[in-house]
Design a protein around this ligand. Structure first.
Ligand code: HEM
Ligand code: NAG
Ligand code: NAG
Ligand code: NAG
Length: 509
């Protein structure tokens, strides 16, 4: 018998018989801890999100497990996910502490791993404001992304003329990193710039461990960094911090109250105005604007903004290689709506529904953060019919939401058409079981930016090139490698220039 049904009917019976108010039960618990620990390890060829999806059959949509001293609740249905993220967003807005995030964020002085607090709210507000600023400013984020898209296309052109296939991964990383650099520091890097190479190196050394370790406490089999790993992480962390500190010092020197160049300036301005303000509320907030806080917040934007966006681009290209007919449809749409005489702009987004649908489908079928970032219950509360204790870690299994057979027809099938209406012209959202950026007060801060980047990079590439697997190579695998960020394996592409698809060198954006 299904466990939750049993619990529910039993409770209902008790209520009817005794006229009592139902006492919420804790969610069904996986069998005793040491056993399940080893059981999970035995099954480890299955990625945790796939295992968690399967465990629903036995335990229902919500169940709990104990790992070490941590009580972990796993949520697999969108209705419960929305209760956690939206309806009770504040109650579930905590984050767990882990060894690596403490090292890298100086004990949670950032946004992504900081607990819900006045300081955290204040940081989010400043960063959000700075991101919005770029929508309007003269050097708009659109120009920056397009400049990077152009460079990307030149690299593809060179490879095509030389008859080479290439691994796009480093090029995509550079393009995405440059967009973030511009946002944070009003600077960008050309290929081969030593400071840029340093940045790429430390990013690699950080993203993976952090992504994994924030879950290590929960999934012990991911524990792959004993001391050597931590040493490397500390080293990469201090390289990162030195670079951030350098940028910060330069900004302090050039700072002016009248010009806001970038995110660092926005944070500096908030710090100054807090320091000059005597009201109690602002003084409290100024506690959250130490140099540490500012550096960690900027570091966060790199951590959260680069790997995620790059990974989605890599998945999108893999699916285009597997589904050349999807690639053709996007190109036809581009040819009709944009033509070959100019480059795609953000204002074309509304006219290119099939490209937009393809991006949505990539984010559905391969969510980069299949388990989001763990949340923590900040007080005793409930979820559905279940009681949740303060301090429980709550894992939203986005994979279950995005592959729910009751919500998506053939969820394993890549089909951008599911996001297109029956007339074939408009975008739809066929199910509410879709949260690629999370939701509520912890929703991704970079959602709008990420969507601009995905749209512009993909439209520029596909306007100019047709991508295919190099002759003799196999199609890249559609299975990812799990490290919280769901990574595709390395692969190469051949870019064939399209007719009339020459990059218009003199074009102004
Ligand atoms: C396609 C690319 C991206 C995807 C799919 C994505 C997805 C997500 C998800 C699922 C979360 C966790 C939500 C939760 O824990 O409930 C998150 C958090 C976050 N993202 Fe993104 N993200 C992307 C790009 C970006 C970019 C470009 C930035 C930076 C500008 C960014 C900044 C953040 C930050 C700061 C958080 C932490 C928010 C918090 O804890 O309050 N993300 N993102
Ligand atoms: C956030 O608060 C919860 C509950 O008080 C606590 O269990 C958790 O360790 C805290 N997380 C951080 C990052 O300080
Ligand atoms: C950003 O830097 C560029 C030069 O790299 C400069 O021309 C521009 O004015 C700067 N933006 C702002 C807002 O100061
Ligand atoms: C101090 O804070 C108050 C309340 O937010 C605000 O109205 C005022 O303009 C601030 N003063 C300065 C000098 O920044």
């Amino acid at each position: 018998m299904c466990l939750p049904v049993f619990f529910t009917s039993f409770t209902t019976l008790a209520v009817v018989a005794l006229g009592l108010k139902p006492q919420p039960q804790e969610p069904p618990h996986l069998p005793s801890l040491p056993l399940i620990g080893s059981l999970l390890s035995l099954w480890s060829p299955l990625a945790p999100y796939i295992l968690f999806k399967q465990l629903q059959r036995k335990y229902g949509h919500i169940y709990s497990l104990k790992m070490g001293s941590h009580h972990v609740v796993v949520v697999n249905h969108y209705k419960d996910a929305k209760e956690v993220l939206l309806k009770k967003g504040k109650t579930f807005a905590g984050r767990p502490r882990t060894v690596t995030t403490d090292i890298l964020t100086r004990d949670g002085k950032d946004i992504a791993f900081g607990n819900f607090s006045a300081t955290w709210k204040f940081h989010r507000k400043i960063v959000h404001g700075a991101l919005c600023m770029f929508g309007e400013s003269s050097v708009s984020i659109e120009k920056i992304i397009c400049a990077e898209a152009k460079t990307l296309c030149s690299v593809l052109s060179e490879a095509a003329s030389a008859g080479h296939s290439l691994d796009l991964s480093p090029e995509l990383t550079r393009a995405v990193t440059n967009v973030i650099c511009f946002l944070c520091f009003n600077s960008s890097y050309s290929r081969g710039d030593p400071e840029f190479e340093t940045m790429l190196e430390y990013s690699q050394g950080i993203v993976d461990p952090v992504a994994k370790d924030s879950l290590v406490d929960i999934f012990p089999w991911l524990q792959i960094f004993p001391n050597a790993g931590l040493r490397l992480l500390r080293k990469c962390g201090s390289t990162r911090d030195a670079l951030l500190q350098k940028k910060y010092d330069q900004h302090k020197v050039d700072y002016s109250d009248h010009v806001q160049r970038d995110l660092l300036d926005a944070l500096l301005r908030a710090k100054r105005s807090a320091e000059n303000n005597n009201t109690a509320e602002i003084r409290d907030e100024s506690v959250g604007l130490s140099d540490d806080h500012i550096l960690m917040t900027v570091g966060d934007i790199f951590g959260a903004g680069v790997e995620t966006t790059t990974t989605v681009l890599k998945w999108a290209i893999i699916y285009l290689l597997h589904y050349p007919q999807v690639q053709r449809l996007i190109q036809e749409e581009l040819d009709t709506k944009v033509g070959s005489g100019r480059s795609p702009k953000l204002s074309d987004r509304g006219n290119l529904p099939y490209l937009e649908a393809t991006i949505r489908e990539v984010l559905r079928i391969r969510p980069v953060a299949p388990l989001l970032i763990p949340h923590v219950a900040l007080s005793d509360t409930s979820l559905g019919d279940f009681a949740i204790r303060k301090g429980s870690r709550v894992i939203i299994n986005l994979w279950s939401l995005h592959h729910d057979e009751n919500e998506w027809k053939n969820p394993e099938l890549f089909d951008p058409g599911r996001f297109i209406d029956s007339k074939g012209t408009g975008l739809i959202l066929p199910s509410s079981s879709y949260l690629p950026f999370g939701a509520g007060i912890r929703v991704c801060l970079g959602e709008a930016l990420a969507k601009m980047e995905l749209f512009l990079f993909l439209s520029w590439i596909l306007q100019h090139f047709t991508l295919s697997v190099p002759p003799g190579d196999e199609l890249p695998s559609l299975e990812g490698k799990f490290g919280v960020v769901l990574q595709p394996a390395k692969y190469k592409v051949t870019a064939t220039p399209r007719q009339g698809g020459a990059i218009n060198e003199g074009e102004t954006l």
